[in-house]
Design a protein around this ligand. Structure first.
Ligand SMILES: Nc1nc2c(ncn2[C@@H]2O[C@H](COP(=O)(O)OP(=O)(O)O)[C@@H](O)[C@H]2O)c(=O)[nH]1
Ligand SMILES: [Mg+2]
Length: 254
């Protein structure tokens, strides 16, 4: 069983990708379920098989603790792991090959607080993969892309599980823009010179050594461009995930 966690900044497309990838898996005849870990989600673009809202409801927390929606999000994040035994049992009862996790809208609530790490470890870190989502609008500038790489590196340090990098909503980019972002991801020299074009009087320590150090995190920065809207790239996510645990071997379809 592989646990695939989609993690990325707010609005990067986690929930949409969970739905789109699940739809693709099902269409291919692969065995998968979805788990929603976002207690704040209003309308999921898919029907979760397991849903944190069964246990945690933002509205109840707001009432019980007399806090607003932001405070409730934080409390909810800390409560994420409370029902984890039950959740694990339910997930395992599906006896499925793939479990696709949609994580909370605010990435830092999942990444920085203890419960996210605890949850991934508890649900068997051995078989986990993180799909880190790069928002295309942020990735369009060198400084934006580097910022996301830094976030990706921090997610890697934090969870220490295999990692794939996904450029979401690629339908919003024209061909040139998409190619530019992908080649920045592949070639740090290019990213470095683009950064110097963006900031001709660059003052910070964002130099090529820094970028190389960033890359040495083992962040395989081969960005996989996908679109949840037109379904582009779903197979590439699957192949990348299979590559991590099975050296690319195909699952048996049923
Ligand atoms: N054009 C386009 N929009 C997308 C795509 N994926 C997500 N969106 C939109 O981006 C916004 C945020 O998506 P969502 O999945 O809720 O992001 P999350 O906060 O990371 O879960 C929504 O308005 C989606 O409709 C995509 O592949 N293409
Ligand atoms: Mg979401």
């Amino acid at each position: 069983m592989i646990n695939l966690y989609f993690i990325g900044s707010a609005g990067s497309g986690k929930s949409s990708l969970t739905g789109a990838f699940m739809g693709w898996m099902r269409h291919q005849g692969y065995d998968a379920i979805t788990v929603n870990l976002d207690p704040g989600i209003e309308k999921a673009p898919y029907v979760p098989d397991v849903d944190i809202r069964e246990w945690i409801k933002l509205r109840d927390i707001m009432r019980e603790y007399s806090v607003g929606p932001n405070g409730a999000q934080i409390i909810a994040a800390d409560m994420l792991a409370l029902n984890i035994n039950e959740m694990k049992e339910i997930i395992e009862s599906f006896e499925t090959e793939y479990v696709i996790f949609d994580t909370p809208g605010q990435m830092e609530l999942f990444v920085l607080r203890q419960s996210g790490k605890f949850l991934i470890d508890f649900l068997s870190a051995k078989q986990s993969i993180i799909g880190f989502l790069y928002d295309p609008i942020i990735s369009r500038t060198p400084s934006g892309l580097i910022t996301l790489m830094l976030q990706a590196a921090s997610v890697q340090v934090r969870f220490n599980v295999p990692f794939i990098s996904i450029l979401t909503k690629s339908d919003l980019l024209d061909d040139d823009e998409r190619e530019k972002i992908l080649s920045w991801g592949r070639d740090l020299m290019e990213l470095d010179s683009a950064l110097h074009n963006e900031f001709p009087a660059l003052r910070s320590q964002l130099n090529i050594e820094f970028l190389s150090a960033l890359r040495s995190f083992g962040a395989e920065q081969t960005l996989i461009p996908v679109s949840s809207t037109d379904g582009h790239g779903m197979e590439d996510i699957y192949n990348a995930a299979q590559q991590v645990y099975y050296g690319g071997e195909d699952l048996s379809k049923d």
